[in-house]
Design a protein around this ligand. Structure first.
Ligand SMILES: [Cu+2]
Length: 168
């Protein structure tokens, strides 16, 4: 009788040790991965939201297509600019450019890093502008080729604050 009891007690202890070690090892695995996730929070590594804009069109209409843009601060965007027309156009939005962080502009085999204020696209050109909006606001867009702004080659860009953001 005593022997059986001792064996049961031994098994019971063994089970406790097993349970404790399982708990310990699961924490051991969860904690470092949680730490790693917070350490690698890098806005510049978000998968970009792709947005396209056409400067003019095949019929040589002096417009941006589309001409209204809405971005959220803190999100990463890849704006693909194309000029399918047979004349050059500018994408000029100086105040907007001041309110964003430009990660890069890629055109052909050239990648430009640093602040960008204006892009000129020659006929048939294509460029990619990767940026993260920082400052909420409404900004104007226009093409600065003589006569194009007057002809209606303008647009509006809105940057909204990220949802659930509290500012002092
Ligand atoms: Cu133009």
């Amino acid at each position: 009788m005593r022997v059986i009891f001792a064996r049961k007690l031994h098994l019971f202890r063994l089970n406790i040790v097993l349970v404790i070690s399982i708990i310990f090892f699961s924490f051991y695995r969860v904690i470092p991965s949680a730490l790693a996730a917070s350490e690698t929070l890098d806005l510049a590594r978000q998968i970009p939201i792709e947005v396209k804009v056409s400067l003019g069109n095949n019929n040589n209409e002096l417009k941006f297509f589309p001409n209204q843009f809405a971005f959220f601060a803190g999100k990463r965007y890849k704006l693909t600019l194309e000029n399918p027309s047979n004349q050059k156009h500018y994408f000029t939005a100086k105040d907007f450019a001041d309110g964003i962080w430009t990660q890069k502009v890629e055109a052909g085999r050239v990648e430009v890093k640093g602040a960008i204020h204006e892009l000129e696209l020659k006929p048939g050109a294509k460029a990619e502008w990767v940026f993260i909006p920082l400052k909420a606001g409404k900004y104007g867009l226009r093409c600065t080729v003589a006569g194009h702004t007057e002809a209606g080659m303008t647009g509006a860009i809105a940057i909204s604050p990220p949802p659930n953001l509290s500012l002092r």
